[in-house]
Design a protein around this ligand. Sequence first.
Ligand SMILES: [Cu+2]
Length: 244
Amino acid sequence: MWRHIGIVTAAWVVLTTVLEMVVANVNIYPVAASEEANLIDEAFQTLMYLAIPVFTLVVVIIVYSLLRFRGRGPADEGSPFRRNTGVAIAWLTITAGLSIFVIFNPGLTGLKELASHPAAQLEIQVEAEQWHWNVSYPQYGVYIEEAEEMFLPAGQAVRVELTSTDVIHSFWVPAFRLKQDAVPGQVNNLYFTPNRIGNFDEDFMYRVQCAELCGTGHARMRMRLAVVEPENFEEWIAQIKAEQ
Ligand SMILES: [Cu+2]
């Protein structure tokens, strides 16, 4: 018995160490272009660190049991199962404890951080409609119907007022790690601060993508996104105004 436990423990420690090192050193995330994205990625990283030892323990025990305790021939039924109340209680206590821990951290603490957004410097109204986005920048008197791209100044706190004219859509920016439903007859706010210059042509994570199935044009319902220096943003706005 102790030999089995020794082998399983050794394999578990090795596999856990390897995977934890991979997660700590390999960047598995797409580009993070907003302050909120860093919060989300940190939360994801914490969950990975906590989940790996549980995952590897389950995998190691299953694989070891399959190899070591399998039947040796067609008539052999293999080793019998025996109940072990102590193991069951320990397993439930540890996994329940981990689950409760992540509800508070990064769960509730992360939500609180996301909710403590700065006062918006830039207001944008976005109207979702099958199958495009209408965007207006009320501070600049700019309205773009069926917008194909959206410019944002880096470093400025943005508030998006989001609504829909027909069905439920969802405003999703992968590079910001944020998603908010656009619901007819209702205005939902979304807050973010872009902090990394970039655009769709360089990295397709810079896009606004509809993330709620809304009809046949759903997959094509997207806008290119560009996060630019504030002076370039002003130039873009001036250019749009000149064309209108
Ligand atoms: Cu959609």
